[in-house]
Write a protein that binds this ligand. Sequence first.
Ligand SMILES: [Zn+2]
Length: 223
Amino acid sequence: MRGLALGLLALAALGGCVATTTSYPSPAITAPIASEPSGPNRYSAAARAALQSELFACSGYGSNIGQIGSRGEALAYSPYIYTPAGPLLRNPTETACLSSGFGWRGLADGGERQHNGLDLANPSGGYVYAAADGQVTFANRRGGYGISLEIDHGNGVRTFYAHLSDVDPNLSPGAFVSAGQPVARMGRTGNATGVHLHYEVSIDGLTVDPLHYGPPPEAAPIM
Ligand SMILES: [Zn+2]
């Protein structure tokens, strides 16, 4: 356990994330991960996304993760982001903790840079799901993002998933996906020092904060 925590701290430092001094008490990752699939239709047999009612900060480290409660939970969290294209999954992973948030974050060299998405981490990997119904617009390697997937949900809303270990081989640009469909596996391809999903949501070409975009939970329409 101690070794794991130290390893995570080391990964955070290597990744340019600033490790906070706050150690969150919660077991951020609890559910077991489905075993690595094999075969050309390995994704079609996998279970769809479960709705996650809470998101926890990764225990012991994290950068730019915003307001976190005493149990290590992201405050005002709800499973959906309400957008002009309808609801998107806020955490489109099998199970993960929040290791980095959206916005300006410090770098190990003292500089800062804009982080255009959420980092949702799990050293064991796991499935990544389509945040909503949509059409694949990109499924390939993209520089430092590594193996990546982009989905167009209509009305100017797109989601982007990076550092994947692999994408469902049946998905290529033009393919339709449905909300919660397993589409990829979390990995560390590209410029990533640990296994995590880099998750972006963009509206009319501008990225928004997937943790805070849209109306608060109490104001959200009933789906
Ligand atoms: Zn990221």
